[in-house]
Design a protein around this ligand. Structure first.
Ligand code: GLU
Length: 447
């Protein structure tokens, strides 16, 4: 049996960190098992599904490196859902109901006020042919409910362990709307069956759906997959993440926060597991470390500060080849490995490299505290070619000549050469600044 999993977002909004964590966990599970990963767009809600959200989902997954082996779109499969629905109607498992939303609300409110669970009373099962004809004559259209078996439903969840539901505690779900459109509860099962999904890994908001869907798998004669329900991420305050929560969308982390894909993947692969969160530079490392049994049942909190710190640690480790494209996209065309290695320890996000590019390659207004000292230092600047030893040799000579040491020696040089008090090690920057610029800056000129 080939392991097959799916990530099944509805293209009704931007993916947020919680959604993409489920994509990542599915992908890691597939890769670890040598199986395949399906991207399925659950787009049967035609009012809310938008092509730009579908494109956004593909862009986000591609950016993270989560390539899909198979792709499906539910709106391509209406014919198949009709076929299955007709079979379920013929076997009596789908039955027509005519209550209006208002009538259903009243029924629910009355049950709740009696302290009873709001379970559909199956009144529609008692309608006669004549009743149905009358209702249709009044212009009502049927919606269709799935008739659950009133037997226990059980499965061993890969995250939650044994799960048990009483069939009598579940409400017969509506699978077909009155306009004839099939609903997710059905379409998902038909797809999982047809596409031979072996493991359904999703959020714990779907646990009750699973109880219902197991009965639908059985009713349509499809094998029941294994299930894993992950606790949902919350924000730092413990509140749930919503799809419309812009700041935690993958797009804004990428485009506004400058987060590296491996920073997000390193965090999301480990959040809520027994493993420590460490920077990882490749998805392969995360695959090697992945085990769904490490996912704990507690609610993991997503902390943007933690992501920002991890992003900095990842940047400090990334080799030039991995960032050359991003540096070019920032407009730093001549950036090379020497530049990258000089500045990367000082970056929180890659766009910060622009500041240091400006220091090494664009005019800087020096900060001059003591022009006399800078003149003495300039006179001692060695001839080029310069390398990583030049700074040490030069400042050694300045120290011997002037008697200055420590901060008194280094800070005025840094302020003159870079116009700032802090920054990358001057040993690395000096060769990038070059002798001509350095001489001018030491003379107080903008250069
Ligand atoms: N489209 C559903 C959702 O986004 C998929 C749930 C599932 O994985 O079955 O919640």
């Amino acid at each position: 049996m080939t392991v097959a999993v799916r990530f099944a977002p509805s293209p009704t909004g931007l993916l947020h960190v919680g959604n993409v964590r489920l994509a990542l966990v599915n992908w890691l599970f597939a890769r670890k098992a040598g199986g395949n990963f399906l991207l399925r767009l659950d787009d049967t809600d035609e009012e809310r599904s938008k092509p730009e959200y579908a494109e956004g989902i593909e862009r986000d997954l591609t950016w993270l490196g989560l390539a899909w082996d198979r792709f499906a779109r539910e709106s391509d499969r209406y014919g198949r859902y009709d076929e299955v629905s007709e079979a379920l109607k013929a076997s009596g498992r789908l039955y027509p109901c005519y209550e209006t939303p208002e009538e259903l609300n009243l029924k629910r409110a009355s049950l709740v006020s009696q302290g009873r669970p709001p379970i559909y009373d199956r009144a529609a099962l008692r309608l006669t042919d004549a009743d149905r004809a009358r209702l249709e004559g009044e212009g009502r259209r049927a919606h269709w409910r799935f008739k659950l078996e009133h037997t226990p439903v059980e499965w061993t969840d890969l995250v939650r362990g044994p799960v048990h539901f009483e069939g009598t505690a579940l409400s017969d779900p509506v699978l077909i709307r009155e306009d004839g459109r099939p609903l997710y509860t059905l379409t998902s099962v038909v797809d999982d069956g047809d596409l031979a999904i072996t493991h359904v890994i999703r959020g714990e908001d779907h646990v009750a759906n699973t109880a219902v869907q197991i009965q639908i798998f059985e009713a349509i004669g499809a094998p029941v997959p294994e299930f894993a329900h992950l606790p949902l991420l919350t924000d730092a305050a413990g509140a749930g993440l919503s799809k419309r929560l812009g700041s935690l969308s993958v797009a804004s982390l990428r485009e506004e926060e400058g987060i590296e894909p491996m920073a997000l993947a390193s965090l999301l692969a480990k959040l809520g597991t027994s493993d420590p969160i460490e920077p990882r530079l490749t998805l392969d490392e995360l695959v090697a470390e992945f085990d769904i049994a490490k996912i704990a049942r507690g609610t993991p909190k997503f902390d943007p500060e933690e992501l920002a710190r991890l992003n900095a640690r990842i940047l400090h480790l990334l080799p030039f080849e991995r960032v050359a494209g991003e540096l070019a996209a920032l407009g730093l065309d001549g950036a090379d490995a020497a530049f990258w290695e000089a500045v990367r320890p000082n970056l929180g996000r890659i766009a910060d490299a622009r500041d240091w590019w400006a220091v090494t390659h664009a005019p800087v207004t020096p900060v001059v505290d003591d022009a006399g000292f800078l003149d003495e230092a300039a006179a001692l600047l060695p001839d080029e070619p310069w390398d990583l030893a030049t700074w040490g040799a030069w400042t050694g000579a300045v120290k011997a000549k002037t008697g200055r040491k420590g901060k008194d020696l280094f800070l005025p040089l840094r302020r003159a050469l870079t116009g700032r008090d802090h920054g990358p090690e001057l040993k690395n920057l000096l060769p990038l600044i070059g002798r001509a610029r350095a001489l001018k800056r030491l003379a107080g000129e903008t250069a």
